[in-house]
Ligand binder design. Structure first.
Ligand code: NAD
Length: 551
């Protein structure tokens, strides 16, 4: 029986498979399981709880074998992390088609999924774990940076300078918040009940200072704010206690959000439970713990609503805090919006989303060259330039060097074609793969997150991610995936992904032009259809055809 072992993608410009699209899928599958990239590679878990790259080690081995030998007119089919067939197709078809974690509607519950997973019939693919385009924590840093940049643009004239953001949760993903705020020029006060989480963010350079206590923290943030200097301060405490205290004291707070692990009430520390006893208490008395956690979340959210009433910018950061607080008795929990309707949707209307690429050479200089190309292509986009420069200085690569930035309709295809030209000319030492997160403008139906509060009420309509996957297949993507449950859990989302290889050939150039026009184009038409005028403007300006708008 095949068992765990250390996996690392091949580097350099020598093929181990029959062509670059196959080679790219093979390297990215292996890269997702690189110990630098994956959270628990021995269990094939890449990130996000139990998001896997392959169902089991035998499936992993079979996929490696198959990809190595796959011809340019063949397609490997993957059913929830297991290769189930190879079909003869054609050169323009994807080399891999992936469907992960999908269940028929009525059966699409976490309980039924866990039962089927226990039987070995499915696996959880998260978003980019089972579709082989996860690039480590850079992705969450950039997304969080982009969100705070949008907050700054909407409310504070484009910069967070001179503002104070209060948030909680300095864990795996929430730990990106302090750096994302300071990159936007602001001051952040970040609360976490786990001293190790505060220490880790300090050690990794995501947090500037750890305060001794709340009074010390308040002195530090007030001083930085007055000087309009960026600063992030971490403090150990329970958010359900600290936020009500800050509100009662009349602390002038400009932005409030939260990234504690509220989606799981057994992972949120209730008031009155010492942190050291949290794990034992949750294990021994899960029902009592859940009730107390929800009551505490209600106190936490009551304070957030208080800050809202006081004029602060308050938003939910996709962790289900509002829903849990409502269960805990907070009637006004949904008074403040989720981050997508509040800030991200206008970007989605422009077809913008988390465009990303990885250098198959393994050479960081290739990413540096693509960074320069992006700066050259979009000289007027100041937040983009700030991100690219900062990422070049501060992001440590995990696995194959990679980059992410948000680009929209009419931009992604230009970047992709430039990268392909750079491979052709030898400016890049090997091909690059170009993909994205499934959290994109036209690729996901997720009523608690990406499609919350759509203008026409179409939050739960899931035809869009399916059309998105089909259009990417029809446009020449190298691999395409359709998943259930990423981000918010089984039954709560359907989403699709694509990855396209730039190997420097004219054929790759043709495919890139179509995929990277049509993929963000899905975001534009999805938002035109839902009645967003911004999307109508973008469609008209950038030539996205909408039959019902044509005479
Ligand atoms: P994590 O489990 O690594 O970290 C959560 C942190 O919250 C821990 O450090 C824990 O000590 C702290 N915490 C728990 N209860 C607390 C309390 N009462 N007071 C203060 N701190 C408390 O989780 P993560 O990976 O950082 O993700 C956090 C949450 O954000 C999850 O619910 C995740 O789904 C969500 N999330 C959403 C998005 C998005 O929508 N874009 C992105 C990232 C994360």
């Amino acid at each position: 029986m095949a068992g765990p072992r250390t996996v690392r993608a091949a580097r350099g410009n020598r093929l181990t498979a029959r062509g670059w699209p196959q080679e790219a899928a093979l390297r990215m599958l292996c890269n997702n399981l690189d110990p630098e990239v994956a959270e628990h590679p021995e269990r094939l878990v890449v990130y996000g709880g139990s998001g896997r790259a392959a169902r089991d080690w035998a499936s992993f081995d079979a996929m490696v074998r198959t990809l190595t030998d796959l011809r340019a007119d063949e397609t490997m089919l993957v059913q929830s992390g297991r290769p189930v067939g190879v079909m003869t197709t054609h050169e323009w078809a994807p080399r891999v088609l992936i469907a992960n974690s999908n269940l028929v509607g009525e059966w699409s519950t976490p309980e039924e999924f866990r039962r089927l997973e226990g039987l070995g019939l499915t696996m959880y693919g998260q978003m980019t774990a089972g579709s082989w385009i996860y690039i480590g924590t850079q992705g969450i840093l950039q997304g969080t940076y982009e969100t705070f940049a949008a907050v700054a643009a909407k409310r504070f004239g484009g910069s967070l300078a001179g503002t104070l953001t209060v948030t909680a949760g300095l864990g795996g993903m929430g730990g990106a918040q302090p750096l994302a705020v300071t990159l936007n020029g602001g001051v952040a006060l970040c609360v976490d009940c786990d001293p190790r989480a505060v220490r880790r963010r300090l050690d990794h350079g995501y947090l500037d200072v750890a305060a001794d206590d709340l009074d010390h923290a308040l002195r530090l943030v007030e001083d930085a704010r007055t000087r309009r200097a960026p600063l992030s301060v971490g403090v150990v405490g329970n958010a359900a206690e600290v936020l009500p205290r800050l509100l009662a004291a009349g602390t002038p707070v400009d932005v409030v959000t939260d990234q504690t692990s509220a989606h799981d009430p057994l992972a949120y520390l209730p008031l009155g439970v010492p942190f050291e006893q949290m794990a034992d208490h949750a294990r021994e008395k899960p029902e009592e713990f859940t009730r107390r956690a929800r009551e505490s979340m209600a106190a936490h959210v009551d304070a957030m609503v208080g800050f809202l009433d006081a004029g602060a910018e308050v938003f939910d950061y996709g962790n289900s805090l509002r829903a849990e607080a409502r269960l805990g008795g907070c009637d006004r929990a949904f008074d403040y919006p989720g981050f997508v309707p509040a800030y991200i949707r206008p970007l989605f209307c422009e077809g913008k989303g988390p465009f990303r690429w990885a250098a198959l050479s393994g050479d960081a200089a290739d990413i540096a060259a693509t960074d320069r190309a992006v700066l050259d292509l979009f000289p007027d986009n100041e937040p983009l330039a700030r991100w690219i420069r900062t990422a070049g200085e501060r992001v440590r690569f995990q696995g194959l060097p990679a980059r992410i930035c948000w680009l929209g309709q009419g931009e992604r295809d230009r970047a992709g074609e430039r990268f392909n030209d750079m491979v052709a000319s030898g400016e890049l030492t090997a091909p690059v793969v170009i993909g994205r997160d499934h959290l994109d403008c036209g690729s996901v139906a997720s009523p608690y997150r990406e499609t919350e509060a759509m203008r026409d009420g179409s939050d739960a309509i899931a035809d869009w991610p399916l059309l998105n996957a089909m259009v990417n297949v029809a446009s020449g993507a190298s691999w395409v995936s359709i998943h259930n449950g990423g981000g918010v859990g089984i039954g709560r989302s359907l989403h699709a992904g694509q990855v396209t290889v730039a190997d420097g050939t004219p054929l790759a150039g043709e495919k890139i032009r179509r995929v990277l026009t049509n993929d963000p184009g899905m975001g534009v038409i999805r938002h035109v259809d839902a009645g967003y005028p911004e999307a109508e403007r973008v469609a008209a300006e950038r030539g996205v055809r909408i039959p019902l708008r044509e005479d």
